[in-house]
Design a protein around this ligand. Structure first.
Ligand code: GDP
Length: 530
């Protein structure tokens, strides 16, 4: 086996998705702890603070003490080389969060056991489903009062529409959390909390039939467990790895990230079950990651707000082969050959210059303004394009007006450049030109970023007037339909993008259904094509 094949085989690249506060950071931190990337848990949270000191990323990030863009962490564990893609939440939720999922090969979905499936999980989950990538569920915070596990399974299946297969099963929760039952090994591991940066705990593991069980978990819980097992064995899906691979079945694990219970077992199972780097579709066909020729696509562009060097970093996912620093590549969409200077890789806490990287890895390269989201890079004697990255539906809209009409040119230039980076989407009124611009964003913070950047980088002061729309749909069959004649609802608005593609805006999801009902043959989509 060649060295390249061996390296690629070791790669596991996944994203962690969750609703804020479900425990994503805590779980990531524990993963890194096992990999030895950090010595003491707690460092990941510190990462946000530490980053301000070392980086000159966005001013807003500094001012607000939050991280605006998602990052990648790489670490080694048990012979694997793991890339975790972080998907930012809270108010820094943006289109970047979605795009990050385009670079992942599988997803870990963290769910708070007391809350179940929450809004942001649903949104991110939809993108994973679109890509048919394997999804693993970690039901967290079992050391706290949690909902009935059967009810949680049921909610995942009905709300998210994916079948589930519990790999382990909780025994009690909160103060009465006794441990978990491993359905495959038929063993019970009793709950022990490891606090702080502790890696291991002295948990007891016994076989289900062991006479100690009654004593360890109590007679009532033992009885309950036997009933649960019977129900599970009778009613839940088999762990069919084929279905897991296609994203039709999610293996479910219960645990507690904070007390480090069930985390390493989860990591081990997950690494065995998840996939090596997946092939990707290009215009010339499917590209195999193990092909030795390097290729990659850009999935994220991050602007540097430091005035002293107004550059950008383009993040790319390596799809095939090996990358070597200084190597000459063909930037297909740009139509030119270039050398990637100073490629960087994000480690747990800082970035470092990489000398080599392999399919599955993410690297960031200095971008003097030549890259766009979705661009392909391949060997200099090759030429093909990866399938584009879809445009995700913005949920907040505003009309943007410049205060000084004399600065029209800068305004248009600024808005266009920021849109090219993928931070915002721009639209126009359906029947007019660029006199009025409507901006759509996935996360509201992007409005602030836009106002700030237009003022600081382009010297244009703008006023934003928020619009009430929250739902946008692309008209898929625009050539068959006369958009002007669509029977709308009173809250529907027609707009178009810069390529004149028609779109519809709605205040609520009910109207979307109504318009579909009223216009047979109309096809609407939540994702736009670039
Ligand atoms: P994120 O927003 O998803 O990254 O969530 P965090 O990892 O920051 O966790 C949110 C809060 O929940 C923090 O106060 C954590 O200490 C706490 N937390 C995370 N995991 C657990 C857990 O397993 N049990 C308990 N009791 N608290 C947890």
């Amino acid at each position: 086996m060649s060295n390249i094949t061996e390296e690629i085989k070791k790669r596991r690249t996944f994203a962690i998705i969750s609703h804020p506060d479900a425990g994503k950071t805590t779980l990531t931190e524990k993963f890194l702890l096992y990999g030895g990337a950090i010595n003491l848990a707690g460092s990941v949270k510190g990462r946000k603070a530490a980053k301000h000191a070392v980086s000159d990323w966005m001013e807003i990030e500094k001012e607000r003490g939050i991280s605006v863009t998602s990052s990648v962490m790489q670490f080694n564990y048990d012979g694997y080389c793991i890339n975790i893609l972080d998907t930012p939440g809270h108010q820094d939720f943006s289109e970047d969060t979605y795009r990050t999922l385009m670079a992942a090969d599988s997803a870990v979905m963290v769910i708070d056991g007391s809350k179940g499936v929450e809004a942001q999980t649903i949104k991110l989950f939809k993108v994973c489903v679109m890509r048919h990538i394997p999804i693993f569920t970690f039901i967290n915070k079992m050391d706290r009062e949690a909902r009935d596990p059967f009810e949680l399974m049921d909610e995942i299946e009905t709300v998210l529409g994916i079948r589930t297969c519990p790999v382990n099963w909780p025994i009690g929760c909160g103060h009465e959390f006794k441990g978990v039952y491993d359905r495959n090994k038929k063993t019970i591991t009793t709950f022990q909390a490891a606090m702080g940066g502790q890696k291991t705990v002295d948990a007891t593991e016994v076989l289900l039939g062991d006479p100690q069980v009654d004593w360890l978990i109590g007679e009532d819980y033992h009885h309950q467990l036997m009933e649960d097992i019977e129900l599970l064995d009778g009613a839940s899906d088999e762990l069919d790895m084929d279905r897991v691979g296609k994203g039709n079945l999610s293996p479910v694990f219960f645990g507690s990230a904070l007390t480090n219970f069930g985390v390493e077992t989860f990591l081990q199972h997950f690494l065995q079950m998840t996939t090596t780097p997946l092939p990707r579709l290009a215009d010339k066909g499917v590209i195999d990651p193990f092909e030795e020729k390097f290729s990659a696509f850009v999935f994220k562009i991050q602007a540097n707000m430091n005035k002293a060097h107004r550059d950008r970093i383009a993040f790319m996912r390596i799809v095939s082969g090996k990358f070597e620093a200084g190597m000459e590549v063909n930037h297909v969409q740009g139509g030119r050959k270039l050398r990637l200077s100073q490629p960087q890789q994000m480690m747990a806490q800082d970035r470092k210059i990489v000398e080599e990287a392999y399919a599955g890895d993410i690297i960031g390269v200095f971008d003097p303004g030549i890259f766009s989201i979705g661009d392909t890079l391949c060997l200099s004697n090759e030429k093909f394009e990866y399938e584009g990255i879809p445009t995700f539906a913005p949920e907040h809209f505003a009309r943007v007006r410049q205060m000084d009409t004399m600065k029209r040119k800068q305004f248009i230039k600024g808005v266009n450049q920021i849109a090219q980076e993928g931070a915002i989407q721009i639209f126009q009124e359906f029947n007019t030109g660029m006199e009025e611009i409507i901006v759509g964003v996935v996360g509201e913070l992007q409005f602030e970023v836009l106002t700030y950047r237009l003022e600081n980088e382009y010297n244009v002061e703008v006023k934003l007037e928020k619009l009430p729309y929250e739902y946008i749909r692309w008209v898929e069959n625009k050539d068959e339909i006369d958009v002007a004649k669509i029977q709308g609802t009173s809250d529907m608005k027609r707009i178009k993008d810069l390529k004149d593609n028609p779109l519809l805006l709605f205040v609520n999801s009910w109207s979307v259904g109504m318009v579909l009902d009223r216009n047979p043959g109309l096809k609407l989509s939540e994702f736009g094509k670039n």
